[in-house]
Design a protein around this ligand. Structure first.
Ligand code: ADP
Length: 401
């Protein structure tokens, strides 16, 4: 069986084609700047053959037409015909309280997904566009939605209710949802495999640190708390998002700077976080270079990022009643030895002792805690597309638990 996994963003679609015999991608690609000038699509197949095309990509539907053309390309494609695609798995950012697990898109489901748009206006409409384009271009093929929020729906109410009037939860669904669920799920399972851990009797803290970043407390395999909230703006400092801010400070800023709702949303999501503090970049690699060259605000941004992260790790160890494993993943978590060091420095009292040599020398995946550390510290490259492919297959075979 061949499963196409699509991650449709506002102006991009990331994709991978999986063969379920091995669950290894046979091709992966990216369509970017959809609807903008300088659009581009590129694909690499398992034998490292590349295809790229620059030009106009009008909308998501046209992008998926190109993706199909690339996959079936006579010379560098990986399938003879689009009929070989058996199913499509879609990343959907927000499933609200309704979607507790990955779901086959049939009957009223699209309508229900539209119902979640209000919860994630920046993400869900594009995810839905991807689904609708596939229904049009690959009719009759099953589409499965895999939600970023679903893994976190096991959180108890004490973790997801805000200190706001309860009626606002009932009336508008204002509560913590959490995101990056497929990533936190994947790395917690992978940690079990690497350490031969009894997952049903374990306390794991997972840190997904990419452009967006979140921390999750995983108890006995289930999410019990997570740092992102009603939206992906809460929690850690991120590339361009603020993370936790005194909400009254925002109201004050809106008043003093005469900002409307849309401008305030842009301020929090696009001009804050690492770029906002440093004034130079949202990219951790660049900030590390700048800080090395003596840029004080770049250093401050790294310090604020890692200090906030450390507080969340310690808080979640408290929520879990201990910590057996700490996992780093995402572009920063997988690659920045400096961030991993600063975020764990001082947590030795909780049994988290980093091994500096292992941390500095690590390539790809592995254990970076000291041999005498009571709790293990791991780096695990995330694989959200694999989770989507696996879930799609499980939904179709009726094996999703
Ligand atoms: P996204 O959330 O968009 O998928 P990624 O998971 O790819 O993003 O993470 C992007 C972040 O990872 C950027 O801040 C980038 O600077 C950081 N990163 C990647 N490689 C390194 C590295 N070697 N050192 C430090 N940061 C890195």
């Amino acid at each position: 069986m061949k499963i196409l996994v699509l991650n449709s963003g506002s102006s991009s679609i990331k994709y991978q084609l999986f063969d379920t015999e091995t669950f290894k991608p046979i091709a992966r690609g990216l369509a970017e700047r959809i609807g903008l000038r300088g659009a581009k699509i590129s694909q690499t197949n398992a034998t490292n053959h590349k295809i790229t095309l620059s030009g106009e990509i009008l909308d998501h539907q046209q992008a998926i037409e190109y993706i199909i053309a690339f996959l079936t390309d006579e010379e560098k494609g990986v399938i003879d015909s689009v009929d070989e695609v058996d199913a499509i798995g879609h990343r959907v950012v927000h499933g609200g309280e309704k979607f507790t697990q990955s779901t086959l898109i049939e009957n009223d489901i699209i309508h229900d997904l539209h119902g979640c748009v209000d919860l994630a206006p920046l993400h869900n409409p594009h995810n839905i566009k991807g689904i609708e384009a596939c229904e049009l271009l690959m009719p009759g093929r099953p589409n499965v939605a895999v939600f970023d929020t679903a893994f976190h729906l096991t959180m108890p109410s004490k973790a997801y209710i805000y200190g706001l009037p309860y009626i606002l939860y009932k009336r508008h669904g204002i509560r913590r949802f959490g995101f990056h669920g497929t990533s936190h799920y994947y790395v917690s399972r992978k940690a079990r495999d690497i350490l031969n851990l009894d997952l049903l009797n374990s306390n794991i803290v997972t840190c997904h640190l990419g452009n967006g970043a979140s921390v999750t407390a995983v108890k006995n395999g289930q999410s019990i708390d997570t740092s992102m909230g009603f939206t992906p703006t809460e929690g850690l400092i991120m590339g361009t998002r603020s993370g936790d801010v005194d909400s009254a400070a925002l109201l004050h800023i809106m008043r003093r700077e005469d900002l409307n709702n849309r401008e305030a949303t842009t301020l929090l999501n696009k001009h804050s976080g690492l770029i906002g503090i440093s004034g130079v970049s949202s990219d951790m690699r660049e900030l590390e270079d700048e800080a090395k060259d003596g840029n004080k605000r770049a250093k401050l941004a790294i310090d604020v990022f890692t200090y906030r992260l450390k507080k969340y790790i310690a808080a979640y160890a408290g929520a879990l009643g201990g910590i057996d494993v700490l996992v780093f993943t995402g572009g920063i978590g997988e690659n920045s030895a400096l961030v991993r060091k600063l975020a764990t420095e001082g947590l030795e009292f909780m049994g988290l002792v980093l091994d500096d040599d292992k941390n500095n020398q690590l390539e790809d995946e592995g254990i970076i805690s000291h041999i005498d550390s009571k709790s293990k510290i791991l780096v695990i490259p995330t694989n959200e597309e694999l989770v989507i492919a696996l879930d799609t297959e499980r939904v179709l075979s009726g094996n999703l638990k």
